[in-house]
Design a protein around this ligand. Structure first.
Ligand code: NAG
Ligand code: NAG
Ligand code: NAG
Length: 440
C-alpha cells in the first residue's frame, strides 16, 4: 500500500506547489524533482560547511517570513566559480527526532542567489541562497547542491536545520550586541571586561561573538561571561576553510575573504537574533554605542522610535578616543588593574575631532526584522526608513590607535562620559576580574 500512496502524495504536492508557484512573485523557481523517500538525514552542528563537490560554503538557514516564507541560506560563495545552485527542502518525518528519521518528503528547486554587493573585491562573498517554500510545504531542513540531479547524490547532502520557523512579537532580549570577528591572539582583556560591564549598565542583555581564536586572558573572560549568561560564543573556524584577510583591502591584506568573514557573521547574527532581540547593535568589541542624553539605550530608542515610527535602522557616528592620550589626573590608573593585559578605557577621555571632507565611520543600531542584508557601516537591503542619529544624542566610544596622530591634547575634545558610571562600574569590573580567575 505504502509504495502506492507515496508517489501519489508526491504528485499531489507537486500539483499544489505548481499552483502556489503562480502566485510566487519574489522568487521564481523551477521544480525538478519531488521524492517522497525515507533516507538518512545527516545533519551537522558545525557552523561552516562545504557545499559538496564545490568551493562554496554554507553557514545556516532561516525561514524569512518577510519574503513569503522563503528559506534563506547564508553562504560564502566563490564569486568567479559561481554557476547555479539547487535547494533540497526536506520535511523531517518526525519532528521529535533529531534527524535520523530522514526526510518524509523532499522538494528540489533551483535557488535564487544574491551575492551581497559588499565583498570589497575578495574572491569569496557573503551570499543569500533563497529557496522557495510554498506555504503548504513545511520544510524543517534544507541542503544546497551544485548538482541539479540531486537524487543521485542524496547521500552526500548535508542538511541544515531551518531556524526561525515562527515569528514572534515579544523578545527575550531588548538589546543584543553582535561582534563579528574575534581572531588572532587578541588579548585585550581589560578593555573587554570594562566594555562588557558598561554594556550591562546601559541596558544590553546579550552579546554574541563569532570566535575564530583569541588570547589566553580573553579566553577566560569568554568562558566567564558565557557561563554567567550574557555571552553567546559562536564557533567561527573560517580559517579552517579559507585564507581570511586581516583587513578590508585585498591589495594590502590579501586573502580569500574580507576580514575573517565579518560581513557573513553580521548577517548571520541578524537572522540568529531576529526573534530573540528587539534591537541589535552591530559594533566591534572595542566600541560602545553610548546614549549621551538618555539614561539607557531603552530610553534612547523609545525617544527615537517616537520620532520615527517605522524606522528600523539607526546610524551612529564612531569617533576615535586615542589610546595614546591619557587623562592627566591618573584617577582611574588603578593598581588592581595593572596586571590585566589590555587598554584601560577609563583613562582615555580625549576624542578626535571631525575632519572636513573625510569619511566619518559609523556603526548601527537596527531592528533586525527591518533588515535583509547588512554591511559594516550601513545596511544594504532593508524595509522602512534609516535614521542618522545626532552626534550629541548618541555616539560611539571607541578607544584604539589614533587616526589623527599629529593632534595634541588641546586639539582633542574632552569626553568623560564613562566616568558617570564610576560608582557601579568599578566594583562590577573588579568582581568580573575576580570571578573569571583572570589573574590566577
Ligand atoms: C563532482 O563534480 C565533477 C565535475 O564538476 C563531476 O564530474 C563529479 O561527478 C562530481 N562528483 C559528485 C560526487 O557529485
Ligand atoms: C526591556 O524593555 C522593557 C520595556 O522598556 C522593560 O520593561 C524590560 O524590563 C526590559 N527588559 C530587560 C531584561 O531589561
Ligand atoms: C574560541 O575558539 C578557539 C579556537 O577554536 C577555541 O580554542 C576556544 O576554546 C574558543 N573559545 C570559546 C570560549 O569558545
Amino acid at each position: 500500500m505504502q509504495r502506492f500512496f507515496r508517489p501519489l502524495a508526491g504528485l499531489f504536492i507537486m500539483l499544489f506547489i505548481g499552483l502556489a508557484r503562480w502566485k510566487w512573485e519574489v522568487i521564481s523557481i523551477t521544480y525538478l524533482y519531488i521524492s517522497p523517500v525515507q533516507n538518512e538525514l545527516p545533519e551537522t552542528a558545525e557552523t561552516i560547511q562545504h557545499i559538496h563537490n564545490s568551493s562554496h560554503l554554507v553557514v545556516s538557514a532561516f525561514k524569512d517570513h518577510r519574503r513569503g516564507g522563503a528559506i534563506r541560506v547564508i553562504g560564502i560563495l566563490r564569486r568567479s566559480a559561481f554557476k547555479k545552485l539547487y535547494c533540497v527542502l526536506c520535511v523531517q518525518a518526525d519532528a521529535r527526532t533529531d534527524g535520523d528519521e530522514g526526510c518524509s518528503q523532499r522538494v528540489s528547486s533551483e535557488a535564487v542567489v544574491e551575492i551581497h554587493s559588499d565583498h570589497f573585491g575578495f574572491p569569496y562573498g557573503t551570499s543569500d541562497i533563497l529557496c522557495n517554500s510554498p506555504s503548504s510545504f513545511k520544510p524543517t531542513h534544507v541542503a544546497i547542491s551544485v548538482d541539479p540531479s540531486t537524487v543521485q547524490t542524496q547521500s552526500l547532502l548535508r542538511y541544515l536545520p531551518i531556524q526561525n520557523q515562527e515569528t514572534k512579537d515579544s523578545f527575550k532580549y531588548n538589546f543584543t550586541v553582535c561582534i563579528s570577528s574575534l581572531f588572532g591572539e587578541y588579548n585585550n582583556a581589560l578593555q573587554f571586561v570594562q566594555t562588557m560591564e558598561v554594556y550591562k549598565l546601559i541596558g544590553i542583555q546579550r552579546v554574541v561573538i563569532y570566535n575564530t581564536s583569541s588570547g589566553p586572558h580573553l579566553e577566560k573572560l569568554l568562558k566567564y561571561y558565557s557561563k554567567e549568561g550574557m555571552l553567546e560564543v559562536v564557533p567561527w573556524p573560517i580559517d579552517k576553510f579559507l585564507k581570511p584577510s586581516h583587513g578590508w583591502q585585498p591589495k594590502i591584506s590579501p586573502g580569500d575573504l574580507h576580514y575573517y568573514g565579518q560581513l557573513t557573521t553580521l548577517n548571520e547574527c541578524i537572522y540568529r537574533y531576529m526573534y530573540q532581540s528587539q534591537y541589535l547593535l552591530l559594533n566591534d568589541m572595542d566600541e560602545i554605542i553610548m546614549p549621551y542624553k538618555h539614561a539607557s539605550l531603552g530610553d534612547l530608542m523609545d525617544t527615537l522610535q517616537r520620532q520615527h515610527h517605522d524606522a528600523g535602522v539607526f546610524i551612529v557616528e564612531n569617533p576615535i578616543f586615542p589610546k595614546t592620550q591619557f587623562d592627566d589626573s591618573g584617577r582611574f590608573s588603578r593598581r588592581e588593574w595593572q596586571n590585566v593585559p589590555g587598554i584601560n578605557i577609563l583613562e582615555h577621555i580625549y576624542r578626535e575631532p571631525d575632519r572636513e571632507g573625510v569619511f566619518k565611520p559609523t556603526k548601527l543600531i537596527i531592528n533586525p526584522r527591518s533588515v535583509e542584508q547588512t554591511s559594516v557601516h550601513s545596511v544594504l537591503k532593508h524595509f522602512g526608513p534609516s535614521i542618522d542619529v545626532q552626534f550629541d544624542v548618541c555616539h560611539i566610544i571607541h578607544v584604539r590607535v589614533p587616526l589623527q596622530r599629529s593632534l595634541h591634547k588641546n586639539q582633542l575634545h574632552v569626553d568623560k562620559k564613562l566616568w558617570e558610571f564610576e560608582k557601579r562600574l568599578i566594583p562590577n569590573i573588579d568582581r568580573a576580574i575576580d570571578e573569571s580567575g583572570l589573574l590566577l
